[in-house]
Design a protein around this ligand. Structure first.
Ligand code: ZN
Length: 147
């Protein structure tokens, strides 16, 4: 079990050090999520076509859990439908709240965040990017401003 913990730790540190899809998108919509409990601030960008997530990215600052979760999320959701993203979010939420142990085959690198179960105050860190994305695909958020 401790080997698995080490592996999971490594996944989180790696995503925190080198976050994937860490950039703005020029089209689509963006929305900022904020977790006052920890100070995590993440802006999620999404471009959808019909109900397919064509591209998703993020920027922001926060703890390793919030950054790693956002980074893994962006790697998993590109090309998925909104419904598939919702299903995955449900399974991820069950994992981090301890309702299930999760199936690594379904969760991919998200399984690395299983340790959050032991720290209920960190659940919001782990789900911040996901809640933000859910609000975005529900039609909230703004068009990105040209820079
Ligand atoms: Zn946090």
């Amino acid at each position: 079990m401790s080997d698995l913990d080490d592996l999971y730790q490594e996944v989180i540190l790696d995503h925190n050090r080198r976050p994937r899809n860490y950039h703005a998108l020029e089209s689509g919509r963006k929305l900022e999520g904020y977790n006052p409990l920890c100070g995590d601030r993440i802006t999620v960008f999404v471009e959808t076509e019909g109900d397919v997530i064509r591209d998703v990215s993020f920027q922001g600052t926060g703890c390793a859990i919030s950054q790693a979760s956002a980074s893994v999320m962006t790697t998993l959701l590109k090309g998925k439908t909104v419904a598939e993203a919702e299903t995955l979010f449900g399974k991820f939420q069950d994992l981090v709240t301890g309702k299930s142990q999760g199936d690594p085959a379904e969760l991919g690198e998200l399984a690395a965040l299983a340790g959050v179960q032991e720290f209920p105050t960190r659940v919001k860190c782990a789900t911040l990017a996901w809640h933000t994305l859910r609000n975005l695909v529900a039609g909230k958020g703004d068009a990105p401003s040209p820079e």
